[in-house]
Ligand binder design. Sequence first.
Ligand SMILES: Cc1cc2nc3c(=O)[nH]c(=O)nc-3n(C[C@H](O)[C@H](O)[C@H](O)COP(=O)(O)O)c2cc1C
Length: 180
Amino acid sequence: MEFKKCVETRRSIRKYKPVKISHKDFEDIIELTKLSPSWKNSQIARFTLIEDDGIKNSIAQTCVNESKNNQITISNAPNIIIISYIKGQSGFNNDGSFSTTKGDRWQMFDAGVAASTLCLAANSKGFGTVIMGIFNEDKVSQIIHLPQDQQIAALIPIGLPDVVPKCPPRNPTKSIITYL
Ligand SMILES: Cc1cc2nc3c(=O)[nH]c(=O)nc-3n(C[C@H](O)[C@H](O)[C@H](O)COP(=O)(O)O)c2cc1C
């Protein structure tokens, strides 16, 4: 798919066909995702594909109580990708001190860059995604037995879209640019 079309047609998808993603398609998407830039090429992002409906339903029932909409989206999604990152590398010096005044926030930045590539790569293969920020991080970490050296950045349900949403309004281009 042409880049412009891929960016223009990517939408947050919250309704999916009941078809699970194959390992081949998932790995193709991660092959592209791993080409994302990262702090000193530290490549801290990790990707867990939830295929087991029991685990998925447990996340839906216990980890997103603050958002009924997210609960419905997760329950109906065929698969969930959990994007996590290895702690203590991105934004850190070798002695463990922060490299910049942003402290540890470069970790989430790197995960966000990867999440963006992932959503575009998924769209280029016909898969819909939605990045989810509203969830209980501790509970999801427990359910998926997240390794101690990692932290969860976001949940990304993925599947074949069952809707074609309109693009939500965007700011006028000139209003978000400054020339100095
Ligand atoms: C950091 C972040 C967190 C988000 N959290 C949620 C969420 O918890 N639930 C949800 O349905 N959408 C969530 N979204 C999706 C946004 O609502 C969506 O990207 C925005 O409305 C623009 O729509 P579009 O992605 O179709 O262009 C999130 C997006 C980002 C980037």
